[in-house]
Design a protein around this ligand. Structure first.
Ligand code: FES
Length: 133
């Protein structure tokens, strides 16, 4: 059985301007709540991990998707009100795709726009080699 993917989501990201006047939560927490609903059936494949600031506060909302042996996707500019369904679907595609390589043509337009960076999986032994230097 493969290890689940981890979806890191910044819980402190703000709502875009203008701010939500009645909201008692952050944009990031709102996005996390929406994602939890969307991904509830997929808990064995995708784990949501809230984080406190990903150092890209001016590009809220921010998230990253990673799994052992797979690409890492870093997203920014995610809408806290609208991004959850497409991001959840991308997480499912990622969980099923070898190496996390979801074909570009299968990605939603919002995911294409929000993808800031894609990183390769760490090379085996790379960390140990870097430490040994
Ligand atoms: S508050 Fe979300 S990246 Fe800093």
């Amino acid at each position: 059985m493969t290890q689940p993917a981890t979806l890191f989501v910044c819980a402190l990201c703000k709502f875009p301007q203008p701010p939500q006047p009645q909201s008692a939560t952050t944009g990031g927490q709102h996005l996390i709540d929406q994602l939890a609903d969307c991904l509830e059936p997929d808990q064995n494949q995708i784990v949501i991990q809230p984080v406190r600031c990903m150092a890209a506060c001016d590009r809220a909302c921010n998230a990253a998707l990673s799994a052992p042996g797979k690409l890492t996707f870093i997203f920014n500019g995610l809408s806290p009100q609208a991004a959850a369904p497409d991001l959840a679907e991308f997480c499912r595609q990622y969980a099923e795709a070898t190496g996390g390589k979801v074909p570009y043509g299968l990605r939603s337009q919002s995911i294409k726009q929000a993808t800031a960076y894609v990183l390769p999986p760490p090379m085996a032994g790379a960390v140990a080699a870097a430490i040994a230097r």
